[in-house]
Design a protein around this ligand. Structure first.
Ligand SMILES: [Zn+2]
Length: 285
């Protein structure tokens, strides 16, 4: 079923004040973790964070970039997924201590979730939510409630053996004055969605899964959006970073090491610059 994966689906319940999203991830998740040796508990949370970022990104109504970061004082110092409106994602976890459990607190200690949204045109927005001994899904639900005043339910799944992750989001559509009806609709769909199982997320095609959950509802699906791993690192970006050291610094580094090597934290690609490759910086004319 992996062929149908790495896709985000958005849908509307036509007769109810509710909308939903479903994301199922395979290759994009594998590519994020493949060159890292994370403990299973870290891989699992990173998979949830990837699914969560895809769901969150799909709720944005503009072009731009998003970063969802968990930072704390536990063995995992931070964990971040960066993405954009094209659902191009990359991510990393920084593990500095011994991981001995898989709860948020055991992994991150006292921690915050920092969501940074940078629209192409417009002001950067940052929201911070404390991670207090709950699941990542619950923390995100709090974020939506506090930042957008929208009732939201989120389900996240991650499997370190299959190396797949996924999730679903359900949100009230506040398109009438009948707040009571909106919440009743939302609660009804939330109860149906609560029966969702990890195996279904990892094995069923999106339309089969939605049929299984909501076959009594009229569900209108929008065009699916592909999700991909895109690191975005490049030789040019490395050169820009090296230029910041200044000519003297570059020459000193070359004299000591013979080359300048930069490894991308995200995808672990190594870029090597010898004297020849650095000539544009050393002799710009
Ligand atoms: Zn990279």
């Amino acid at each position: 079923m992996a062929n149908n994966f790495d896709v985000l689906n958005r849908y509307l319940f036509e007769d109810l004040h509710a909308r939903g999203e479903l994301v199922q991830l395979d290759q994009s998740f594998k590519q994020i973790i493949q060159n890292h040796q994370y403990p299973d508990a870290v891989t699992s949370l990173l998979g949830e964070l990837l699914a969560a970022t895809c769901l969150l990104t799909a709720t944005l109504k503009f072009e731009g970039e998003i970063s969802v970061q968990l930072q704390g004082d536990g063995p995992v110092q931070y964990m971040v997924i960066n993405g954009n409106h094209l659902q191009q994602m990359r991510g990393i976890a920084n593990v500095t201590g011994n991981v001995s459990g898989n709860s948020l607190t055991e992994l991150l200690g006292k921690a915050n979730m920092v969501i940074t949204i940078s629209p192409k045109n417009g002001e950067r927005y940052q929201g911070v939510v404390a991670l207090e001994g709950e699941t990542l899904a619950q923390c995100l639900e709090h974020y939506f409630m506090s930042s957008e005043q929208l009732d939201t339910k989120i389900w996240l799944f991650s499997d370190t053996k299959k190396m797949q992750s996924g999730g679903s989001l359900l949100q009230v559509v506040p398109d009438s004055d009948d707040k009571e009806q909106q919440l009743a609709d939302f609660d009804h769909i939330a109860q149906l969605t609560n029966t969702i199982k990890a195996d279904e997320v990892f094995e069923l095609a999106a339309n089969e899964l939605l049929y299984r959950l909501y076959h009594e509802q009229r569900v209108m699906m929008f065009d699916p959006q592909p999700v991909s791993f895109v690191c975005g690192c490049s030789e040019d970006k490395c050169l820009t970073a090296i230029a910041n050291i200044g000519r003297e610094g570059i020459e000193q580094h070359l004299a000591e090491q013979g080359e300048i090597a930069i490894t991308c934290d995200f995808c672990k690609t190594q870029y090597i610059f010898d004297n020849n490759k650095l000539q544009p910086l050393l002799n710009p004319n």
